[in-house]
Design a protein around this ligand. Structure first.
Ligand code: HH2
Length: 262
């Protein structure tokens, strides 16, 4: 899944694709680079981000969804039912839902749904990074939501641990380390680590200065390769071309390793 943020303020690429023509061209580049899904979003969800009004979010995303949905599977990255509905009418095939609450919209529209874990709104989520057992609690919430969605008639459901959403670096690492627990639920798993700030901290220079966003490609690739070898089926990334190369190699090497071990 390639990320297409039509926003002025995303933490990773804010403003780069805010213009519709540039956004559509970038979406086409993501497809050429090997994305199976292009994830169009019109509201930043970085910690402390300002909420965007519905009309403005629609203005940002709709021309992009309309232009790309004939060319690739488009997912709409939103928390708003009206934005999800409009995007589905324009051809979006997946609702990528950081609120894990829009399954009735996906059911009514006959499209797929990604349930991402976030215990609180982005504006306040930093104060909600408290868990007794982060892996167990996140798995439980997501499985309950996935079962509700399936019962409501959603045929394609993914669960996503929500890396960086009300999680400390230790929580994020723990979720990554135990991705197999998500895979073991039997629900397809999606994950997004691309360029996130905990990678900046982990890839800090010798003086401890966190790696800036532009220097987070390598840790992003490492975590993407790790995730696919644990059985994750969908990886949400900004840098599609190198990720496709990294995950293909990791999958080939792990298949080879399994053959060798047999
Ligand atoms: N992360 C972001 C946004 N949407 N969706 C899923 N399913 N999983 C994620 O991990 C995820 C997501 C945040 O990344 P980004 O879109 O690059 O930043 P911003 O929210 O600032 O636009």
């Amino acid at each position: 899944m390639g990320v297409l943020n039509v926003t002025p303020d995303s933490f990773s690429d804010g403003g780069q694709w805010f213009d519709h023509a540039l956004a559509i061209a970038h979406g086409r580049q993501l497809i050429a680079d090997g994305a199976d899904v292009v994830d169009v979003g019109g509201e930043s969800t970085r910690p402390g981000a300002c909420p965007v009004a519905e009309g403005e979010e629609l203005r940002r995303v709709m021309p992009v969804v309309e232009a790309l949905s004939g060319e690739v599977q488009v997912s709409i990255d939103t928390r708003k039912p009206a934005v999800a509905k409009a995007a589905i009418s324009a051809g979006a095939r997946i609702v990528n839902d950081i609120s894990a609450s829009l399954w009735p919209v996906a059911a009514a529209g006959g499209v797929g749904w990604i349930a991402m874990h976030s215990p609180a709104d982005p504006s306040v989520m930093a104060s909600h990074a408290r868990y007794r057992d982060v892996v167990g609690e996140v798995v439980d919430v997501l499985v309950r939501r996935a079962e509700e969605a399936r019962a409501a008639g959603v045929s394609r459901v993914w669960i996503d641990p929500g890396i960086g959403f009300a999680k400390t670096a230790a929580h994020n690492l723990s979720l990554l380390r135990h991705l197999d627990r998500f895979v073991a639920t039997g629900w397809p798993v999606a994950v997004g680590t691309s360029r996130k700030s905990f990678l900046g901290a982990l890839a800090a220079g010798p003086d401890g200065t966190p790696a800036p966003v532009v220097d987070r490609l390598e840790p992003s690739l490492a975590t993407a390769a790790w995730a696919v070898t644990r059985g994750v089926g969908m990886i949400r990334v900004h840098d599609v071309k190198p990720t496709v190369q990294a995950v293909q190699l990791a999958l080939r090497a792990s298949a080879e390793a399994r053959v060798g071990a047999a």
